[in-house]
Ligand binder design. Structure first.
Ligand code: SF4
Length: 232
């Protein structure tokens, strides 16, 4: 996060204050959200996210499970510990990470979120991307990867391969990786997850990709520009 100490240009300080206020507003809106009746009935709380509000790395899982719902964190238990350990090994500090999920409420029976629920919750994810302004978004697992890429290609074909993407007005590198919950039971996947996370320092150092320029004169039914997420 940007420090508010001496030597920080006042414009940056003001920008950070505005960002912090907007972040709190977006957080409160998510906490109060009741847009998905089935998930409101199955959740014990809304799991908005955790981590640094101005992180360079945004990690996106699918949806809270039972442990995440109980603890209020987007990733909990052994999977969370494995991810934390691997991030530490590759040199990514907790202050550089914000974690969240596509859908912020636990689906009943831990089923996949429905397309309507993902669409409902897109407002909250979009706000987080716009406010955190990450350099890299890590898509954890096949479900998230397919949705964030707008493409059914399997995670095995995409993992570890960064792509320039844009969500809202914010460009970033999208990096698919296996979900740590899957890696827990397959040492080979753990090694692949470690290798993919090891790309993070290099991608962060590279900086954000160029934003896609909007078409000068949009025509009706013109296809979305390459790199723009067609999530919802
Ligand atoms: S999943 Fe998202 S959109 Fe649906 S009720 Fe929870 S916070 Fe709201």
């Amino acid at each position: 996060m940007v420090a508010h100490g001496s030597g920080v240009p006042s414009a940056f300080v003001a920008d950070e204050h505005v960002r912090a206020a907007a972040f709190e507003t977006a957080w409160a809106r998510a906490l109060a959200c009741t847009r998905c009746p089935a998930l409101v009935a199955s959740r014990s709380q809304v799991v908005v996210g955790a981590g640094a509000a101005a992180a360079e790395v945004l990690i996106v899982g699918d949806a809270p499970g039972a442990a995440e719902d109980a603890g209020g964190l987007p990733l909990a238990g052994r999977a969370a510990r494995l991810l934390d350990r691997l991030l530490e090994e590759v040199g990514v500090a907790p202050a550089d990470v914000f974690a969240t999920t596509l859908v912020k409420c636990r689906p009943p029976g831990n089923r996949d979120p429905s397309p309507g629920e993902v669409a409902n919750c897109s407002e909250h994810l979009l706000a987080q991307v716009e406010l955190v302004r990450p350099v890299v978004v890590v898509a954890l697992g096949g479900f998230v990867t397919k949705l964030l890429r707008g493409d059914p290609a399997p995670i095995r074909a995409r993992r570890g391969r960064e792509e320039a993407r844009t969500l809202g007005s914010h460009p970033f590198w999208l990096l698919p990786a296996f979900h740590p919950a899957a890696a827990l039971y397959a040492p080979a996947l753990t090694e692949q997850l470690r290798a993919d996370l090891a790309r993070l320092p290099e991608l962060v150092a590279r900086g954000r990709p160029e934003a896609e320029a909007p078409p000068a004169e949009p025509e009706p039914e013109v296809a979305t520009a390459p790199g723009q997420l067609e999530l919802f």
